[in-house]
Design a protein around this ligand. Structure first.
Ligand code: AN7
Length: 348
């Protein structure tokens, strides 16, 4: 088989992105669609449940799909510096692709509210990291202003080229499944991803899935129908109170005959632990929001899983947020380095 060379190599002809320069790529995309029968038995009996494991992208999240496109475009446009606001994953991804292209990168993050693995990435890839005393929404407002007033390229998903990269996930799922699923479940933050999937499904000849979007209860502006001034959730990636792609999210939900709901932090964390323990797939808390929402809809009778094919998008890797993994967990047992000591705790 021909070597995988990333999304623009594979799908460039169907993406609106500059082709005047070589693609800036880390060979992103082509992530596995993993059957999840044990999770299905637990939360959606009778369904064929799959996990689109986007945490296996080069910087550990789905953001790399959009970033290969946005940074390639920035290079073609002659940019020297790119900027984004981020709850963490966009920052790490922008920093990596900027490094790859030899561009400078500035990331603006909400102080104290991003997972350590994301900050580590942004620093390792050499970005200039600026924390603000404010939320992601404040950060996005600020970087938009910077991009308006100076020659830096904005690479948040308000940049349409980002969606051109991210829409490819819809086509990958269709290729892997041989059809569209009946349901696609995913977390919703700034709503770029739900908008991008909907573009992808619309640019295919196959039937479109129904979309289940899930927000965190403390950051659920679309569910509430109004912006949330001070969003709060343990799912820090989706701690967003005024999504930039709100309108597109509503269109995707309406046209797909979909649903949007809020899951509590407890429900999200339970789903996050469940998918790791039942399937061996470790995602970050926000990524489990889609699973939490699916479980909720099945329980309430809003979604009948029997005979349905369902894909939950796991947007980011669990190792991005090691603190959440160990929070509230007892420390590992420590014993003397002797057979008898180990045997005693194992009960043998
Ligand atoms: C793991 O990195 O907004 O609805 O600045 O990191 O397209 O915003 C991240 C969002 C879901 C929500 N899952 O996607 C950022 C940022 C994970 C994420 C989302 C994010 P959108």
């Amino acid at each position: 088989m021909e070597q995988w060379k990333g999304l623009i190599h594979r799908y460039g002809a169907r993406m609106q992105v500059a082709n005047s320069v070589p693609p800036v790529t880390l060979f992103e995309g082509n992530t596995p669609l993993i059957p999840a029968p044990r999770l299905a038995a637990a939360i959606a009996p009778g369904s064929q449940l799959f996990l689109k494991y986007e945490g296996l992208n080069p910087t550990g999240s789905f953001k790399d799909r959009g970033m290969t496109a946005a940074i390639t475009q920035a290079v073609a446009d002659g940019a020297r510096t790119v900027i984004c606001a981020s709850t963490g994953n966009t920052a790490a991804s922008a920093a990596a692709y900027a490094a790859r292209a030899g561009l400078a990168c500035v990331v603006v993050i909400p102080e104290g509210k991003i997972a350590v693995g994301k900050l580590a990435g942004a620093i390792a890839y050499g970005a200039k990291v600026v924390a603000i005393k404010g939320s992601f929404d404040d950060g996005l407002r600020l970087v938009r202003e910077v991009a308006d007033k100076s020659p830096v390229a904005l690479v948040n998903s308000v940049n349409p080229v980002r969606l051109q990269g991210q829409k490819t996930a819809a086509w990958e799922i269709q290729d892997q499944l041989g059809k569209s699923p009946d349901w696609l479940c995913l977390p919703v933050g700034n709503a770029g991803n739900i908008a991008a999937y909907w573009i992808g499904f619309n640019e295919s000849d196959l039937a479109r899935p129904r979309i289940l979007g899930v927000q965190a209860e403390g950051a659920a502006p679309i569910v509430l129908g109004k912006p949330v001034l001070r969003p709060e959730t343990k799912a820090t990636a989706i701690r967003i109170g005024n999504p930039a792609r709100w309108g597109e999210a509503l269109i995707a939900l309406q046209e797909s005959n979909g649903m949007i709901l809020a899951a509590s932090d407890d429900e999200i964390i339970e789903a996050y632990r469940q998918v790791a323990r039942l399937e061996g797939v470790f995602c970050e808390p926000s990524s489990a929001a889609g699973i939490a929402g699916l479980a909720k809809c099945v329980k309430s009778g809003a979604l009948h899983p029997d005979g349905k094919s369902i894909v939950c998008v796991l947007t980011g890797h669990g190792l991005k947020d090691p603190d959440s993994a160990v929070e509230g967990i007892e420390k590992p047992l420590t014993v003397e380095a002797k057979f008898e000591s180990l045997a005693r705790v194992l009960g043998i």
